[in-house]
Write a protein that binds this ligand. Sequence first.
Ligand code: UD1
Length: 313
Amino acid sequence: MSHYLVTGGAGFIGSALVRRLLEKGEQVRVVDNFSTGLRANLQEVIGRIELLEGDLAEEAVARRAVAGADYVLHQAAIPSVPRSIEDPIASNRANITATLNLLVAARDAGVKRLVYASSSSAYGDSETLPKVETQPENPISPYALTKLAGEKYAVMFHRLYGFSTVSLRYFNVFGPRQNPGSPYSGVISRFLSAAFGGRRPTVHGDGEQSRDFTFVENVVSANLLASRAESASGMVINVGTGERHTLNELLRALGAILGRDLKPEYVARRAGDVRHSQADIGRARQYLGYEVKVGFEEGLRRTVTWFQEAVQS
Ligand code: UD1
């Protein structure tokens, strides 16, 4: 049994990691400040984890959180591009200051490896598709910049101090528990909230922008692989599906699952929005042994099922 710290463990991705780690019989500690995470996400596991409530932007919290941990899966962050445009200071603190505190604390505590949740937003609006780790980064929002800064720190800690880190660039993750109540939630969660609430989904722009929508289970498996893969130390690795779908295609796919037409309302495009995004997953395959476990359609079906149950309860 290994001891895992999941930062942001009350969040959508963090809580999925927690559940999987418990299934595998690992010992789990969660640190969360509940700024975007929800206690409800941990309800079914609360007696089986150690829960530390606190903000990693405070050094003392970071030190307490890592004590005794073998592996750290660092998910804690303020996600959302628009939110970072409204309040770049909050995103900077949660995504950069907290990450640096955690890296220092984990290095000093003798943690074996830290896996950092980076973001596909690092690529920005590059023309090249699919996006490959060797191409230059070009962040176009504060969110993207903060995630990339955390990643640069993670890589630097490997080089400077020999502290083992792996950065996973997640591509638009979706699935059960992605906060349906938050206006800053991912687009699939927003569309389903609208559909189940009897409202029309809002599309920013013409709906022809595309994303590599990645079901959360794939990201969970990439994290578990990344915490152990020897040769991945110090690396930056895309985690996606290698496909992309436009928002208009997404609406049609959701409509087909729900058995009704989702008539969206088209509004102005969002500031800081990337046009197209699609991952090259060659490096993940090579260094992590990663494969896509759940594809787009199946992921959508599972997410819709969760929404149906969540709405009924
Ligand atoms: C970006 C990152 C992603 C990161 C996420 C964190 C890229 C390519 N992706 O996601 O890796 O995890 O930030 O928040 O940079 N939209 C609508 N209607 C809505 C909501 C969104 O049309 O109600 C549109 C957005 O304008 C965007 C697309 O849907 O074009 C996806 O938006 P969203 O789900 O918020 O994620 P990204 O900003 O792409």
